[in-house]
Design a protein around this ligand. Structure first.
Ligand code: COS
Length: 382
């Protein structure tokens, strides 16, 4: 067992660390305040090979290991969580088409997604189906050589900005997961429009939008995988996505911790820096300890996914633990900074607002516990 990064992993981490420090961190506060989606950053990330990270090299991807992926997301999230999340969703789409698509679909979309020409979005949730994802109602009826989509999808990250949407829709009358199929829907397809943009407490530079399908005709050739395979495509893609979210949680927590440490050394009260008080030292020590534990779990989950070893359970553990501690750590960072932490002069209030959603999206942390328990005990639901 090794706990150090190899040369390639260190190089990737350092490259993304430099990129984040130069291109993201200085602007993140402004993007948050103005709800600005920084599309230009995605073109720069494409040049660094980050838009097709789990995609084979023959389709223009960089075929990185899951651990290298985690390092990338961790570093990006130190600058801004929203950009890291947008990239993770994009890579989930690129990776899913590369993995489940036929030759024609890979040729048509994967290299253009990996090059950054196209941006991807993933849509499983609906207004009435969040945690119970298999109850989704958006319909896709087969007519000759196409499917007609009707219904709405919600909470779509990159919604409105993305060019390619992976859409889970029901193709058969059967109620559960077995009736769901996955479609590649291009922006601009007649009958496909966007609903309201959500006004969120954080992650403001990441657009979250509703998708509306009204008799939207999608060619048969755009169905990803077989009919009825959509739920499994979605959930197995989420295995990787959840590890990415865990890594993002660590990145945000690390940034909050570093801000709190720096502030505690500078801020003086009662004639000494507040870092001299054990009350502050213990908070900082707990923050560091939680981050280290979460980092190890995320890296292990990434390793397990590469090896195909019960990855779903480890992905859920990593996502749940890392984002729960990220919420605690960012909240503690605000506490260490006191009044200064509550205002926008420092980024810790943004970290805290942003990271809350990581306990909710890509499966709530309660659902992650369901996945873990089922993996340990079997599905004992009546
Ligand atoms: N990879 C591949 N297949 C999977 C899978 C995974 N990680 N998890 C489940 N499946 C398969 C199961 O094996 C099952 O297949 P069979 O019927 O052939 O055995 C099928 O999918 C249905 O699984 P299950 O019976 O466990 O489905 P449930 O309806 O009980 O739902 C939960 C399971 C609750 C875990 C799932 O709905 C979930 O993760 N919900 C949260 C959704 C989510 O993350 N939304 C965020 C979207 S992005 S913002």
């Amino acid at each position: 067992m090794r706990f150090d990064l190899d040369e390639e992993q260190s190089e990737i981490r350092d490259m993304v660390r430099r990129f984040t420090a130069q291109e993201i961190t200085p602007y993140a506060g402004k993007w948050d305040e103005t709800n600005h989606f920084p599309r230009e950053i995605y073109h720069q990330m494409a040049e660094l090979g980050l838009m097709g990270m789990t995609t084979p090299e023959e389709y223009g991807g960089s075929a990185l290991s899951r651990l290298s992926n985690a390092l990338v997301y961790e570093e990006l999230a130190k600058g801004e969580m929203a950009t890291a999340v947008g990239l993770s969703v994009h890579n989930m789409v690129t990776g899913s088409i590369a993995r489940f698509g036929n030759q024609q679909q890979r040729r048509l979309w994967v290299s253009r997604l990996a090059s950054g020409e196209l941006l991807g979005a993933f849509s499983l949730s609906e207004a009435a189906s969040g945690s119970d994802a298999a109850s989704l109602q958006c319909r896709a009826e087969c007519h000759n050589n196409s499917y007609i989509l009707n219904g709405t999808k919600m909470w779509v990250t990159n919604g409105g900005e993305a060019d390619i949407y992976l859409v889970m829709a029901r193709t058969s009358g059967s109620k559960g997961a077995a009736g769901i199929s996955c479609f590649i829907v291009e922006k601009g397809t007649p009958g496909f429009s966007f609903g309201k943009t959500e006004h969120k407490m954080g992650l403001n530079s990441s657009p979250t939008r509703e998708l509306i399908f009204e008799n939207c005709e999608v060619p048969l050739a755009n169905r990803l995988g077989e009919e009825g395979q959509g739920f499994k495509i979605a959930l197995s893609s989420l295995d990787g996505g959840r590890i990415n979210i865990g890594a993002i949680g660590i990145g945000v927590a690390q940034a909050a911790f570093e801000t709190a440490c720096d502030y505690s050394r500078e801020r003086e009260q009662f004639g000494q820096p507040i870092s001299a008080f054990q009350g502050i030292q213990f908070i900082l020590a707990d923050m560091a300890m939680k981050i280290e534990a979460a980092r190890l779990l995320v890296y292990e989950a990434a390793y397990k996914l590469d090896k195909g070893q019960n990855a779903g359970m480890y992905a859920s553990m990593a996502k749940c633990f890392a984002t729960d501690i990220a919420m605690e750590v960012t909240t503690d960072a605000v506490q260490v900074l006191g009044g200064a932490g509550y205002v926008r002069d420092y980024p810790v209030e943004r970290y805290m607002r942003d990271v809350k959603v990581a306990q909710i999206f890509e499966g709530t942390n309660q659902i992650q516990r369901v996945v873990i328990a089922r993996s340990l005990l079997g599905n004992i639901r009546k």
